[in-house]
Write a protein that binds this ligand. Structure first.
Ligand SMILES: [Zn+2]
Length: 219
């Protein structure tokens, strides 16, 4: 069974891995906010458990077993976030820190019951897919709002960033998953985008915001 620290490393490895499942050691150190020697010793521990492959001076490779352990932690995280929002009435901006703790509980029954109580959701409150009980993830292809054109009508489906600050920014503008947005125009100079939705007849979003919004094209 993985320790809490090991689970956090595996989650980072999972998120940083490229198509070849490789992760750069210094990127891992940055993400985990620890020194290189600390990462090196943890990498050796993870290797002993078969969760990654490490050769000196090469990127580490996360193994299928390592990916599965990581995906199952992510499953518990996302189920918890959904439960907090759907069943306990928390806002989507309040749930991440709680889920960071709950995801380390090793009691499958607890999460099975949670899943069942919600009717087996497939996405979390931020639109990210919830891995299944075997650790498989159904990645959904969305467009970034920043890549859309004037005249298009889209539905907000997910976010690429779910920091509290960003979620509060969206709350302040009444932007939620499922909101339909009409793209009125796009500024050639700075790529800011003018949209209308609900009772907002014109709202400008900077590129910094629009590139973090994932949308589905409607019509
Ligand atoms: Zn989260």
């Amino acid at each position: 069974m993985a320790s809490q620290t090991e689970e956090n490393y595996l989650k980072s490895l999972f998120n940083l891995a490229n198509e070849k499942n490789e992760v750069n050691i210094s990127e891992l150190a940055t993400q985990m906010q620890v020194s290189l020697p600390t990462v090196n010793s943890m990498v050796k521990t993870l290797q002993k458990n078969g969760w990654l492959i490490y050769e000196k001076y090469k990127p580490v490779i996360i193994t299928p077993e390592g990916k599965k352990v990581a995906a199952l932690v992510i499953r518990k995280h996302r189920l918890t976030e959904m439960f907090l929002v759907n069943k306990m009435g928390f806002g989507w901006e309040e749930v991440h820190e709680i889920a960071e703790q709950v995801e380390h509980i090793h009691a499958p029954k607890f999460f099975e019951r949670m899943d069942e109580m919600m009717g087996f959701p497939t996405i979390d409150p931020h639109g990210s897919p919830i891995p299944d009980a075997q650790g498989r993830i159904q990645e959904i292809k969305y467009l970034n709002l920043s890549d859309c054109k004037a005249g298009q009508v889209v539905k907000l489906a997910a976010l690429t960033n779910s920091s509290t600050e960003f979620l509060e920014f969206l709350n302040g503008r009444n932007l939620r998953l499922g909101t339909e947005l009409s793209i009125l125009s796009k500024e050639a100079y700075d790529q800011s985008i003018l949209i209308s939705y609900l009772n907002h007849s014109s709202e400008t979003l900077s590129e910094k915001v629009s590139e973090k919004l994932l949308v589905k094209l409607l019509d």
